[in-house]
Design a protein around this ligand. Structure first.
Ligand code: BGC
Length: 715
């Protein structure tokens, strides 16, 4: 008999339920319930998995209790939310997605895994694959933006990066695709609220990233806290069991979210813990995180006949298999024994700087204000986010400590040793006190360049951080107005650097300033990354992977909208539009300028009449007509002209990149599988429908900026 079957054969019910239980330790608190000391419960086999534990020493101590002092000596599985780096933080996922480089996406996950594993961990609760189209929802920051295809690409890269080639390797972590599924469209953007999306939207938008993660071999999946049309995901047998397990063939471990099994009572679908636990187990949830519902509820559920021992064994088998795949039986202390060489840590920070700089999105650069020239003598670095190292981490920082982050002020001071770099915050991130604006203006008067750092505090986005007002918090708009007016009067170049975990509604700011960078939260090398771009050492290339609304009233605004029977027409009142706002977002999906200036020409799409098995070759020529070397990202969208179901206006199908020196010309080639042009018909079946499909190529999801060629699909 295999080790796993032998173990299952010799386990008591308590020990089995211990393997299905995950409890938090006290390193960090990520939910409303706090666990007590687990030491004794690990010895007795009542707790088999932990989260929120960090450090090779503490991990080894707890692991020893399990593998040396418990009866069956089964190792603990220990996890943490390593969302965008462990100790060395990379840009938040929303920012990193805009780098549009799968190799880099994978590289940062690999580094995060290596660093986390060296801290004793074997599991990360990442990547988050929720497709977010409502930036009121704070967790928008944890995902890859509004596009499902892009999220699927990032899902694959992240799973590869975290898990490496071999899960058992000492530097591999089991990944966790979360939150399954459709957590992002919570009602009115309000955290944890109910979700009600159509079957079609579920299949077109929310499921594809999870399908990609499963195909990439993701080891675990976490159901969302939310209900979908009345069925809490933690108890959603239709999606967990039928779709994920049976249709997708997912054989890994399903881990509930924090206390989510207990919350089935709050949802109003269970009367007591035994019933809640039975609902979750019946739906296919293997591990109960923090509810203690399996430990205390399943014995009673068994007596009531709500679950069977066979179901419990199946879940235990999956958990033990994962521990085996992670190499924990053979080498339970392996991950605590890795010593990371100093050069590796330094290389990781260098990578953080590279990705950080590439994730910055240059939203506006009138008169080529940026980059600032070498003649700079007195730079004023203003605003409440200028000297805010800890905020650079964004809302989910794993083991990253505030002191390890480089602020913008520190980054610019290091980059400009000959320049006098002064600083005033002007106002706080939040609050109405404008008393410091005068001091900021005084620095403007003495400066020949200004960098104004505005935006959200890290914890204004992330979990439990929904907002209804997405304008600049506190008195920051007043500071911006005053500084920009003064800069204009004096002719001093000023760049605004905006930090946030979501797009903000900054139409006024965008209009008033000459240069605007969306920096999101760039991670530990933030200040160096910003300095690299502001001073022109790096030509910006990041793109926004989410549309920026002009106002909250426009939400949701995204590029994959359908046409409507009355598409907007300025000449016709009775068409789909607002009386008081354009339909278009302030900045479209994909927007992001460079220090070059790219002209697109000569779009070729072959074959002209593809069949479902063909690969379509999309080629476009680029010329850099600007004065600086720059890297351009080219997007390929498709639009089905007539289909059995009203098609989206633009559907992202691919992207390519090219770096060109001034005056240089080159060709970007993107290959698409024609099968991707299938539509989900009225029965949600993928069909390849003959007829015309437009292929649109350009820098952002705005039809006016795209070259178009039409192919005829052949059946
Ligand atoms: C979050 C998850 C996270 C878990 C563990 C929950 O509150 O929703 O994303 O993985 O806590 O920290």
């Amino acid at each position: 008999m295999s080790r796993i079957e032998t173990l299952i054969g010799s386990m008591t019910l308590t020990e089995k339920l211990g393997q299905l239980t995950m409890t938090a330790s006290s390193f960090t608190v990520t939910g409303p319930v706090i666990a007590g000391d687990s030491t004794q419960a690990i010895r007795t086999g009542e707790i088999g998995n932990l989260l929120n534990m960090v450090g090779a020493g503490p991990v080894r101590d707890l692991q020893r209790l399990a593998v040396e002092e418990s009866r069956l000596k089964i190792p603990l599985l220990i996890g943490l939310d390593i969302i965008h780096g462990h100790r060395s933080l990379f840009p938040v996922p929303l920012a990193e997605a805009g780098v549009l480089d799968p190799a880099l996406w994978e590289a940062t996950a690999r580094e995060a895994a290596t660093e986390g594993a060296a801290d004793g961990l074997a599991l990360t609760f990442a990547p988050m694959l929720d497709v977010a189209r409502d930036p009121r929802w704070g967790r928008t920051v944890e995902g890859c933006g509004e596009d499902p295809w892009l999220a699927a690409q990032m899902a694959m890269a992240k799973v590869r990066g975290f898990q490496g080639a071999n899960l058992a390797a000492r530097d591999s972590l089991a990944a966790c695709a979360k939150h399954f599924v459709a957590y992002a469209p919570v009602m009115a953007g309000r955290e944890y609220a109910s979700v009600d999306v159509s079957e079609r939207t579920l299949h077109e938008v929310h499921l594809p990233p999870f399908e990609a993660a499963v195909k990439a071999g993701v080891a675990t999946i976490m159901p969302a806290f939310t209900d979908l049309a009345g069925i809490p995901m933690t108890a959603h047998a239709g999606l967990l069991r039928n779709w994920l397990r049976e249709r997708m063939g997912f054989e890994g471990v399903i881990i509930s979210d924090y206390n989510a099994i207990r919350e089935l009572l709050n949802h109003g679908v269970a009367q007591d813990m035994p019933q809640a636990a039975a609902l979750a187990l019946n739906a296919g949830v293997d591990i109960d995180m923090m509810a203690d519902g399996y430990r205390h509820g399943l014995p009673i559920a068994l007596q009531r006949g709500l679950v069977s021992m066979q179901q419990i064994d199946t879940a235990v088998r999956r958990v033990l298999r994962l521990k085996e795949q992670l190499g924990l039986f053979e080498d339970p202390y392996g991950r605590c024994e890795t010593r990371e060489p100093q050069q590796r840590v330094a290389r990781r920070r260098q990578l953080a700087r590279t990705v950080g700089a590439q994730s910055l999105v240059l939203l506006k650069n009138e008169r080529d204000v940026l980059p600032f020239g070498p003649a700079l003598r007195r730079l004023a670095v203003l605003g409440p986010l200028a000297d805010a190292a800890g905020e650079m981490r964004g809302p989910w920082w794993a083991a990253g400590v505030a002191e390890d982050q480089v602020s913008v002020l520190a980054g610019l001071r290091t980059a400009l040793p000959q320049c006098e770099v002064s600083h005033a915050a002007g106002v706080a991130i939040d609050g109405q006190d404008t008393g410091g604006i005068g001091a900021a203006l005084a620095l403007c008067d003495a400066a020949d360049g200004i960098v104004l750092c505005l935006g959200e505090a890290a914890l204004m986005s992330g979990e439990a951080a929904s907002r209804v007002d997405l304008s600049l918090p506190g008195a920051q708009q007043a500071l911006a107005t005053a500084v920009l007016r003064r800069a204009k009067q004096r002719g001093t170049p000023c760049a605004v650097v905006l930090f946030s975990g979501r797009p903000l509604t900054v139409a006024q700011l965008a209009q008033d300033c000459e240069a605007l960078i969306a920096a999101w939260f760039p991670g530990c090398e933030a200040g160096h990354a910003v300095a690299d771009v502001v001073l022109g050492k790096v030509s910006p290339s990041g793109r926004t992977v989410i549309s920026w609304p002009r106002s909250v009233g426009q939400i949701p605004v995204f590029h994959g909208e359908r046409r409507s029977g009355r598409p907007a027409s300025p000449a016709d009142r009775f068409t789909s539009k607002y009386l008081d706002s354009p339909n278009e977002p302030l900045f479209a999906f994909g927007h992001g300028l460079t220090y070059g200036r790219f002209r697109y020409s000569n779009l070729r799409v072959t074959p002209a009449a593809p069949t479902a098995g063909d690969t379509i070759l999309v080629q476009v020529d680029l010329t850099n007509e600007g004065l600086r070397t720059a890297r351009e990202t080219v997007f390929v969208f498709t639009h089905d002209v007539v289909a059995s179901v009203s098609p989206p206006l633009l559907q992202l199908a691919g992207f390519g990149r090219l770096e060109l020196a001034p005056g240089g010309t080159g060709t970007v080639t993107v290959e698409l599988s024609a099968a991707r042009l299938r539509v989900l018909d009225r029965d949600l079946q993928p069909v390849f429908e003959p007829g015309a499909v437009e292929v649109l190529v350009g820098p952002r999801a705005n039809r006016a900026d795209l070259l178009v060629s039409t192919v005829q699909l052949r059946g």
